[in-house]
Design a binder for this molecule. Structure first.
Ligand SMILES: Nc1nc2c(c(=O)[nH]1)N(C=O)[C@@H](CNc1ccc(C(=O)N[C@@H](CCC(=O)O)C(=O)O)cc1)CN2
Ligand SMILES: Nc1ncnc2c1ncn2[C@@H]1O[C@H](COP(=O)(O)OP(=O)(O)OP(=O)(O)O)[C@@H](O)[C@H]1O
Length: 185
């Protein structure tokens, strides 16, 4: 039995079944919540936000990346290495594919002042369920200790409990359509 993969499958299925219009509304609300929270970080200029280019059903958005870039942040997005560890590139605009930007190296995430991560589910203790590659387990180990690390989730994906393995790296916040929630972990 593999509990993690059962939870992944059921959330992925629910995300696929979500009507496009509902997904757009949720993504826009998440974008608003992120922008409100980063406004409290201080001046954007020079600050680095590690984020991600969303897959089709994920709660992140290109509009979020564009809004953060327009606000003056340097936005980094991951490139997956053959061993599933993460390299990073600067996200420029929807028209300049990140695959063509120069790779900054695995340690580029060390410069992040805020990290937004993909997840299928998170528990109140910060346990995070990802896609199963261990990519973020490795990348989050390089993030400075005081940096906010937030997973973007749809409503209903903050679960009472998420199975954890010894290598799992927790998040300290979640962003859902109803706002940014510090987990207090
Ligand atoms: N947007 C995003 N980028 C990310 C991750 C992620 O979870 N989301 N990763 C987190 O570790 C790493 C990449 N890991 C991945 C692992 C599996 C699949 C995958 O199974 N893709 C499916 C499509 C899934 C969908 O559309 O929802 C496929 O290719 O068929 C993709 C990326 C780094 N970049
Ligand atoms: N530091 C590490 N170095 C190499 N492999 C690792 C490391 N941390 C975790 N892994 C491997 O990666 C896999 C992680 O699986 P797990 O189901 O916890 O992924 P996940 O946290 O959901 O995925 P992701 O972090 O990619 O979103 C395991 O096979 C584990 O052995």
């Amino acid at each position: 039995m593999n509990v993690k993969s059962d939870v992944r499958l059921s959330i992925a299925e629910r995300r696929r079944a979500m009507p496009d219009a509902d997904r757009s509304v949720a993504r826009a609300a998440i974008r608003t919540a992120v922008l409100a929270r980063v406004g409290a970080l201080g001046p954007a200029q020079g600050s680095v936000i590690a984020a991600y280019e969303p897959l089709r059903t994920e709660p992140g958005s290109v509009e979020l990346l564009a809004a953060l870039t327009a606000a003056g942040y340097r936005v980094l997005v991951p490139l997956t290495l053959p061993d599933k560890d993460l390299d990073w590139v600067e996200w420029a605009s929807p028209d300049s594919p990140s695959g063509q930007a120069p790779a900054l190296g695995k340690d580029a995430i060390t410069s992040a002042d805020l990290v937004l991560v993909p997840a299928f589910a998170v528990a109140p203790d910060g346990a995070r369920l990802g896609r199963g590659g261990g990519s973020y387990d490795r990348a989050l180990a390089r993030v400075r200790a005081t940096v906010p690390v937030a997973a973007l989730l749809y409503a209903g994906e903050l679960l009472p409990e998420v199975p954890v393995d010894p290598w799992d790296r927790p998040v300290n916040a979640v962003v859902q359509p109803d706002g940014w929630h510090e987990l207090g972990v």
